[in-house]
Design a protein around this ligand. Structure first.
Ligand SMILES: Cc1ncc(C[n+]2csc(CCOP(=O)(O)OP(=O)(O)O)c2C)c(N)n1
Length: 581
């Protein structure tokens, strides 16, 4: 059977993060199939994000007596999958989520879609309909899972260990969520002692592993880069492990570097880096990116944000894409190499370093980029806008100065991502988990935060959300408070679904349903055991400073009462494109 990831810390006993939500039963008695599934899960991961019900009660109970497993109780099922996804994105280690059947499972569908789109492996253990057929409340979960683009495996009493192991193998091999169903009537069925791996594979579809790059392919790419006058290296989230090699490649051929928004931080501290590419780029950076004649795009999907709806690159630029996708993900791609970013970047270093470095490129332009770094600084606003409310640019710039450098950022989706993308510095390639952007969902920021928090316990977790997404994900603020030693939740509270107001209100659509009666997140925070602060002025931010100076301990929710009149340039661009149609 497939590979087994051994438990990294076999000494650790099961820890249940919420004694009230998950039973810490001392019963070690075997719950039949559920116990075998739990034992096998514990051999593949040490993190489980759980919300229990009829469908997974015995499984969760059996997990609680496993060595080394930490079970974190979430407050909404969306958080179980969102946290398992974020845990993987930050730590690169697979986690397990678990919910009951039916409503518990359907509550988890939106983050499942996000995990599929962002190619996050995870195993979601759910209850399933009985083998005797559906009850009135059962839904066809495997059809729903398939529709989301994920896979289902169903355990039976003959080989639950092998099926569970197969779920982890498939998830990792295909970089996908796998749903593992325990039928209701099978959950406690006794299992034959020597449950053997199945003789036949579970899935008939052939596996399509990412091919290794050939020397010929990389020699051709190296040649294009050497011939370039204004080469640019663009890294995406898939290039995280390749950051060092990509910087070497850039140095060798005199390239400038840039990264997609989710991969911001890849080239942190590099002298010739232009920061983020696409809609969130500063004007001077964007101007230089448009002058590139050869773009090496690695581990990046080249979506409409990274390419500024097609305007980010010169029309005649040669775009070389290296990615695990089946083919080019944008019609502008000139050369496509299907490969793992890390392997390809290392092979490209070898291909390039056989010859002397090309020396500086970009004519005098790059020198200008290096020596005039102030050109890349952004407008930090006016503190308070004309309507008397906080200027989001000023608030985010100041928070960037205040917050500890060792930060792990979790960003929800909405208009506000402009502000965090422009003004919040990231220390490393993996410092940002931008959730929802792949599946275009809001409301997954807070549900993802516990997963990121557990993946990097030593960091200060900075959750950035709008008021709309913040209210949607609010239940798992409770979980963040329990899981993070140090967390700041920044709410860009403009009293509305800002992205919608700006995109649709500007077209004259009725805005009543886009308004949010301004919620007091500081009070909500206190209700969940966090500290809360409402920020009306720049001076009010000094209480966040005081929190940091006092050791940045616990969770603080910063309710920024921002003006909705200040619109991020990337949204202006979208509005312009929409109105032109
Ligand atoms: C689950 C989901 N519901 C609705 C939407 C549509 N939508 C996209 S952005 C947005 C507004 C987000 O508002 P908020 O979180 O307050 O952030 P803001 O745009 O105001 O910065 C909405 C409703 C969506 N993308 N996902």
């Amino acid at each position: 059977m497939g590979s087994t990831t051994l438990h990294p810390n076999p000494e650790r006993r099961a820890t249940v993060m919420s004694p009230t939500a998950v039973s810490t039963s001392t019963v070690t008695a075997v719950h039949g199939v559920s116990a075998i599934v739990a034992e096998t899960v514990a051999r593949h991961t040490d993190e489980v994000f759980a919300l229990m019900g009829n469908g997974n009660a015995y499984f969760v109970d059996a997990l609680a007596s496993q060595e080394g497993i930490r079970i974190t109780a979430l407050r909404h099922e969306a958080g179980t999958v969102a946290s398992a996804d974020a845990y993987y994105r930050v730590s690169r280690r697979i986690a397990c989520a678990t919910t009951t059947y039916g409503p518990g499972y359907t509550n988890a569908l939106t983050p499942l879609g996000e995990a599929v789109c962002s190619r996050s492996p995870l195993v979601l253990v759910v209850g399933g309909e009985p083998t005797t057929g559906p009850r009135p409340w059962d839904v066809d979960q495997s059809a729903l899972t398939e529709a989301m683009g994920a896979l289902t495996l169903t355990v039976n009493a003959e080989d639950p260990a092998a099926t569970t192991q197969e779920a982890f193998r498939l998830a990792q091999e295909r970089r996908l969520p796998v749903v593992l169903e325990i039928p209701y009537d099978v959950a406690t069925t006794p299992v034959a002692e020597n449950s053997q791996p199945p003789s036949a594979p579970f899935l008939t579809a052939p596996l399509d592993p990412t091919p290794l790059v050939t020397e010929r392919e990389m020699t051709a790419v190296a040649k294009l880069l050497r011939q370039a006058q204004r080469p640019l290296v663009l890294a995406g989230r898939g290039a995280r492990d390749a950051a060092g090699d990509l910087a070497r490649i850039a140095d060798h051929v005199g390239a400038l570097t840039t990264a997609s928004a989710p991969a911001r931080g890849t080239f942190a501290g590099r002298e010739w880096d232009l920061g983020v590419c696409g809609g969130f780029a500063s004007e001077p950076s964007s101007g230089l990116i448009k002058q590139a004649d050869v773009v090496l795009a690695v581990g990046v999907g080249l979506n409409q944000f990274t390419t500024s709806f097609g305007h980010q690159f010169a029309p005649d630029a040669c775009i070389i894409q290296i990615d695990i996708a089946d083919g080019p993900t944008n019609p502008r791609v000139t050369e496509f190499v299907r490969a793992d970013a890390g392997q390809a970047a290392s092979a490209l270093v070898t291909a390039l370093e056989g010859e002397a470095p090309t020396g500086p490129r970009w004519g005098g332009v790059a020198d200008h980029a290096r020596t005039s770094r102030l050109n890349f600084a952004r407008d930090t606003g006016t503190g308070v806008a004309n309507d008397g409310l906080l200027d989001p640019r000023s608030a985010m710039s100041r928070l960037n100065e205040i917050l500890p450098a060792n930060r792990q950022v979790i960003s929800d989706g909405g208009h506000f991502i402009g502000w965090s993308s422009y003004y919040l510095d990231l220390p490393a390639p993996d410092s940002l988990t931008m959730v929802g952007t792949q599946f275009q969902s809001i409301g997954l920021g807070l549900p993802s935060a516990p997963g990121a928090a557990l993946a990097r316990p030593e960091a200060t977790h900075v959750v950035v959300t709008g008021d709309g997404g913040g209210i949607m994900g609010l239940p798992d603020l409770d979980t963040l408070v329990r899981t993070s030693q140090s967390a700041v939740v920044i709410v860009f509270n403009d009293g509305c679904y800002g992205a919608e107001i700006h995109q649709y209100g500007s077209q004259g659509l009725d805005t009543a349903v886009m308004e949010i009666q301004q919620a007091d997140f500081a009070k909500l925070a206190e209700g969940f055991g966090a500290q809360g602060v409402v920020v009306h002025t720049m001076e009010d931010l000094e209480s966040v400073s005081a929190w940091v100076e006092a050791g940045a301990k616990g969770t603080v929710v910063v309710d920024l009462r921002i003006s909705r009149d200040i619109i991020a340039p990337y949204i202006e661009e979208i509005i312009e494109l929409t109105l032109k149609k």
